[in-house]
Each structure stands twice: as structure tokens, then as C-alpha cells.
Ligand binder design. Structure first.
Ligand SMILES: CC(O)(O)CCCCCNCCCN
Ligand SMILES: [Zn+2]
Length: 660
């Protein structure tokens, strides 16, 4: 299934008609450069074009009051003076004779996107719209927004398709207070937002944008705010919040639909955000959400005011929605102190509502009240600082790397008598191995056809590294022996860093590097205290790998942050026989691991486990993993042990930090 793209140039046909410094950044060119970048890069041709439509009154009334709608209806007939007058009652927004029409198209586009995804016409999609939506409220326009596009889409999805749980992820740099107000008492809609806050010194300067606004009444726990109290946040900060706050809750919530308030003012160069995350971060944020809700993801444009980073960020998002390999993120050095404080506050505020956050630490000692005074002083200093020093136009960043799709997506190396699963390309060619290697294999008690398998295996690895193949599945007689050989000989010159993810445990992995060429994370039922090192990390699940709750927690809270920091060139996923890992979890793991090494994942399985080849192939081919159903409360010891393990390792691995 494909990716929907909604765009209508009519939504470029309104602009600011008078002087207003607060609104001058919201220009038609935002939409034009975004769409043109998609056309120029060839991405728009790969999408399924869905026409925009006007939202009807009843659809708009899902969120807004009749009084407000009737008032906005009058704006097309207003004189310039009337429009100015009408605008005065709202904050940081402007009206135009054509903005009502465009606002209906923006909301209608979001609904068209929901229809396309919910009817299975497409898997996911993006709507390029203006005016944006997430600040507009029941009875008021605000922050360039007229109708709350995403809030309307959430209510529409519930009403028309009986969607039980909607996750709204708001990665725009402003707090979508309109969305928060709409759903704060509603447990069927989980709203997550990060936003520049600076202890309430940043627009919209709301007390309720802080981390302690967790929702109310039956919606308590279903509103997550992560305030950024400094500017300059980077890729590490964003990924840490996804791994340690959003994703654990999102997986526990198990949404049927994911809506994204896709604002790109959180990218480097944006005058509003003043952050430093690069456009390719949106490839990863999108990727990390794509295995939720069976892949049903609708992204709706919100903000983004630097035309260069906006266009690049939109392209990065669309390319991931299309299933292209995500780019490697280099030198992630862990979240900054302020980000750690923010994520620790958010985690501790929600630990009583989400079992996946149960073991979160207490909030940081720093008393934020004094921070108000301090940051006000900082604010003064900043304004004294010459404007150009702070201006973001001076910011430069590298073009996002090209994300080439290998000619072959998934290859397989199977014994001759095993039927190849649909979609996989059997790798037959296998070059002769060096005699030395053959003799080594022989000593590893590998028999004749095992040597053939190994030679094909090495050919596969070479093709992965050469980006001729994206990923592969290998069935071997003895998976532990195969892993040893691959690890020992792979790290020769082919790859610089191999992440080995070992699911289940047959025997001690006696091969562990200390030079960092291999990082082994082993998830199994056995506790192995000995020879744990920076590069060999055993994770013990009391009930074993069949405990999906414990497993996904270890993946999100430990494996993902480690993987991002380690930044491997190849991922070796080893499924030990008898691991007991649940199929949907196995597919989720393969899906999530695609975020590393440009998707170069090599799955090693034992021949007697060929029954799960089908689901492995499906995940390797990029099909969304099935949702993890009815997750039990994680075993307390496991959650606790994971927290302790993170604390022990965070000296070596900065991305594991969750406490300041
Ligand atoms: C969709 C959105 O969240 O990007 C809208 C942001 C509105 C910002 C209003 N204040 C602007 C002050 C200008 N320096
Ligand atoms: Zn914004």
C-alpha cells in the first residue's frame, strides 16, 4: 500500500494584508517550497495524490462552536478594516478574505487523509496545508490557526470509523494548546507534545503547557507535555524523549490510528524554534511511529518558517512514509542537561499512569520556581545580545544525505530443501571462500553444506555493505556457531561496527570485543552478571522473551538508545532456538531495527525455526508489524532491573540517561 499526498495550491491564496511582526513569518511560500521540493526530488510522483476538499460545517463543529464558525463565515465579506478589527479579538493570528476557504480546505484535507488510511486505500500519508491548526480552540483562532485540523480529524476518525484510541504526536516546536484543551478529559485520545517553553517565557506562555499538565478527570495521564527550557536542542534530545517518554507510553496505549501535528519549526534554522535538530531527524521520528497502529499514520503540516529546513524536513518525512531506508545519524552524544531534566519531569509526572514508566525516577531536585526568576534574567541578557547573533538565518547545516533504495530489498540464504518465502530473493551466487576461512569453519564443526551456506552468507554481507541489498534472512544449521563466525570475520574490513542483537540464549557468548567493533545486546531469560562490558550487554527478562511487555520495554528503553549512539553499519539479529519471542514482537523488533545501518539487517535463524520465516520476511520487506495486543503489566523486577542497568551503563552510553 502507498503513501497519500494532499496538496492544493488554493491554500497558498491568502496572506498577511497589514503590518504585524508576530504573523509575518506565516507566508504562502511555506506551502509552495514544500510541495516543489517533493516534486523536484521525484517523491511526489511516488505518492498517491488525494484531492483536498472543504470540511463541512458539521465536521468543523466536531471541535468548534457554532458562534465561532458563524463569525468566521462572515470574514470573506469583510473590508480590510473589518478584518483587522475581527482579528484583534484573537492572539497572533490574522484573517484574510480567502482564509476561511483555505481553513476549510486544510481541515478537509486532514479528513481526506483519514479516509484514505482508514479505508485501506493507502498505508499512510501527509497533508500539506495552511492555515495550520493545533492552536485554534473551541471558540477562538490563535497562533496562525483557524480550525483545529488534527483535532477535527481525531474526532472524525472516532465517529466515522469507530477508532477506539487515537495517538496525536505534536512535534511542532509550539505547544498545541488547542489540541490539549480538546482532549484533556478524553482517555481515547493521547496527546503528546514537546515545545519550546523556557519556563513559561516562550509563546504562548501558558502555565498549562508544563509537564505537570497530565490531563484531567478520565483523561488523566493521556496528556503528555515535554517542555524545552533551553533552545539549541539537538537530534539526541529529540530521540531521547521518543525512546524514554513517548514510545513506551505509545506502545502501552496501543493506538488504532496515529495523527502527527507535523510542524517543522522544531528543525535547525527555524526563527521560532531556534533548535539545532537536523532535517533528517524527521526521517527517524516518522520511522519510530510507523510500527504503531499497523502503520496507519496521518501527518498534517503545522508550522515551519525557515523555507530551506522546512522543505528538507518535509522530504525526509515523506521519504520515510514511502518506506525508503532512513539515513544514519552520526555522533549522537546524548541529551543535554536541560533535556534530561525535562524528560525526567515528564516521566515522573506520568509514572503513576503508565506501567511502562512505573520505575521512572523522582523529579529532579532543581526547583523550577527559582528557574523562573533566573530565566527571566537570561531572557533580558538574550534580548541585549545583538539580534544578528541570535538570528537563525546564520545557521548552516549539511544537506540531508541521499537515501538510495537498494535494487534488492530482501535476500535469503536457505538450505536447498527449504522453500523461499514470498518476496525474498534467494541468493544463489556464492563466491569461494578463502581456504583459511574454510578450514576455520571446518574446525567450527561446520559440515560440507554448512560451508556453502557460509560462503553465501558472506556474499550476502558483501552485498548489504555495498547497498545492493537492503536486508537479508539466513537459515543455518547452528545459529550460535554461525553468529560466532560472522562476528569474528565480519569485523575484518567489511564493516566498522556491527550491532548484534541476540534474542534468547543458548550458551554464553564467549566472543566479546573490547575494541568496540561489535556491540552485543542479548535479551534472554538468564541473568549473566559475569563479563558484562561496555560492548556486551545482557538483558534479563525473568519470564523470558515470551514476556512481550518486558521485551518491548528493553527494546525501547535500552536497545534503541544504544543503537542510535553506537550507529552501526550492520545489524545482526540472531534468533536463538527456543527463545519463545512472540511473533508480533519479533516483527516489531525487525521493524524498529530498520532505523539503523540504513536498514542493513541480517537475520540469522536456525533451520528448525523456519516456521517463522514468513513473518520475518514480511517485516524485512517493510510491511508494518502487527500491534502488540493486550500488553500485561511488566514484571516489577524486570522494570526495576532495566532502570538499574541503564543507570549503570549511562556512564558509557549517554543515550541511556534519563536522570540528571
Ligand atoms: C503552527 C505554529 O505552531 O507553528 C504556529 C506558531 C504561532 C507563533 C505565534 N507567535 C509568533 C511570534 C513571532 N516571533
Ligand atoms: Zn509551531
Amino acid at each position: 500500500m502507498g503513501t497519500a499526498l494532499l496538496y492544493d495550491e488554493e491554500m497558498t491564496k491568502y496572506k498577511l494584508l497589514w503590518v504585524d511582526p508576530a504573523c509575518k513569518i506565516e507566508v504562502p511560500e511555506r506551502l509552495i517550497v514544500s510541495y516543489e521540493a517533493l516534486v523536484r526530488s521525484g517523491l511526489s510522483d511516488r505518492c498517491i495524490s488525494i484531492p483536498a476538499r472543504e470540511a463541512s460545517d458539521s465536521e468543523i463543529l466536531l471541535v468548534h462552536s457554532e458562534l465561532y464558525l458563524e463569525a468566521v463565515k462572515k470574514t470573506p465579506y469583510m473590508t480590510l478594516e473589518d478584518l483587522k478589527e475581527f482579528t484583534l479579538q484573537f492572539g497572533d493570528v490574522y484573517f484574510h478574505p480567502n482564509i476561511y476557504h483555505c481553513a476549510k480546505l486544510a481541515s478537509g484535507s486532514a479528513l481526506q487523509l483519514v479516509d484514505s488510511v482508514m479505508t485501506g486505500k493507502v498505508r499512510n500519508g501527509i497533508a500539506l496545508v495552511r492555515p495550520p491548526g493545533h492552536h485554534s480552540m473551541h471558540g477562538a483562532a490563535n497562533g496562525f490557526c483557524v480550525f483545529n485540523n488534527v483535532a477535527i480529524a481525531a474526532r472524525y476518525a472516532k465517529q466515522k470509523y469507530g477508532v477506539k484510541r487515537v495517538l496525536i504526536v505534536d512535534w511542532d516546536i509550539h505547544h498545541g494548546q488547542g489540541v490539549q484543551y480538546c482532549f484533556e478529559d478524553d482517555p481515547s485520545v493521547l496527546y503528546f507534545s514537546w515545545h519550546r517553553y523556557e519556563h513559561q517565557n516562550f509563546w504562548p506562555n501558558l502555565r498549562e503547557s508544563d509537564y505537570d499538565s497530565v490531563g484531567k478527570e478520565s483523561g488523566t495521564g493521556f496528556n503528555i507535555n515535554v517542555p524545552w527550557n533551553n533552545v539549541g536542542m539537538e537530534n539526541s534530545d529529540y530521540l531521547s524523549v521518543f525512546c524514554h517518554v513517548l514510545l513506551p507510553v505509545a506502545y502501552e496505549f496501543c493506538p488504532d490510528l496515529v495523527l502527527v501535528c507535523a510542524g517543522f519549526d522544531s528543525a535547525i534554522g527555524d526563527p521560532e524554534g531556534e533548535m539545532c535538530a537536523t532535517p533528517d531527524i524527521f526521517a527517524h521520528l516518522t520511522h519510530l511511529l510507523m510500527n504503531l497502529a499497523g502503520g496507519k499514520l496521518c501527518a498534517v503540516l503545522e508550522g515551519g518558517y525557515n523555507l530551506t529546513s522546512l522543505a528538507q524536513s518535509v522530504c525526509q518525512t515523506v521519504q520515510t512514509l514511502l518506506g525508503d531506508p532512513v539515513p544514519q545519524l552520526a555522533n549522537l552524544r546524548g541529551p543535554c542537561k536541560s533535556a534530561i531534566e525535562s524528560l525526567q519531569c515528564a516521566r515522573s509526572a506520568h509514572r503513576r499512569y503508565w506501567s511502562f514508566l512505573k520505575h521512572a525516577a523522582d523529579p529532579p531536585m532543581t526547583d523550577i520556581s527559582t528557574k523562573h526568576i533566573k530565566s527571566a534574567m537570561e531572557e533580558e541578557e538574550k534580548t541585549e545580545m545583538a539580534e544578528e547573533e541570535r538570528c537563525t538565518e546564520g545557521k548552516v547545516w549539511p544537506e540531508p544525505p541521499e537515501r538510495l533504495c537498494p535494487p534488492v530489498c530482501s535476500a535469503s540464504v536457505l538450505p536447498d530443501d527449504v522453500v523461499c518465502p514470498d518476496g525474498l530473493k534467494p541468493l544463489s551466487s556464492s563466491k569461494d571462500l578463502e581456504p583459511l576461512l574454510v578450514s576455520k569453519l571446518k574446525t567450527a564443526a561446520v559440515d560440507g553444506d554448512g560451508v556453502t551456506t557460509f560462503s553465501r552468507l558472506y556474499t550476502l554481507v558483501e552485498k548489504l555493505v555495498a547497498n545492493e541489498i537492503r536486508n537479508g534472512l539466513v537459515l543455518v544449521p547452528d545459529v550460535a556457531a554461525a553468529m560466532m563466525c560472522v562476528v569474528q570475520d565480519l569485523t575484518s574490513d567489511l564493516v566498522k561496527r556491527v550491532l548484534v542483537v541476540c534474542v534468547g540464549k543458548e550458551k554464553e557468548l564467549d566472543y566479546v570485543t573490547t575494541d568496540g567493533k561489535v556491540l552485543v545486546v542479548q535479551i534472554s531469560s538468564e541473568d549473566s552478571e559475569e563479563h558484562r562490558s561496555k560492548y556486551y550487554i545482557p538483558v534479563c527478562l525473568k519470564k523470558g522473551c515470551s514476556d512481550t511487555s518486558g521485551f518491548i520495554q528493553a527494546v525501547l528503553g535500552l536497545l534503541l538508545p544504544l543503537g542510535y549512539e553506537y550507529n552501526p553499519d550492520l545489524v545482526l539479529l540472531v534468533r536463538m532456538p527456543g527463545s519463545g519471542v512472540v511473533d508480533s514482537m519479533w516483527q516489531q523488533l525487525i521493524g524498529l531495527l530498520q532505523g539503523f545501518a540504513k536498514g542493513h539487517t541480517l537475520v540469522l535463524m536456525q533451520v528448525n525455526e523456519k516456521a517463522c520465516m514468513g513473518s520475518t520476511a514480511s517485516a524485512l520487506l517493510g510491511h508494518p508489524a502487527p500491534p502488540l495486543q493486550d500488553l500485561q503489566t511488566p514484571f516489577p523486577e524486570d522494570g526495576d532491573a532495566l532502570e538499574r542497568l541503564r543507570e549503570r551503563l549511562q556512564a558509557d552510553w549517554k543515550m541511556l540517561q534519563t536522570t540528571s
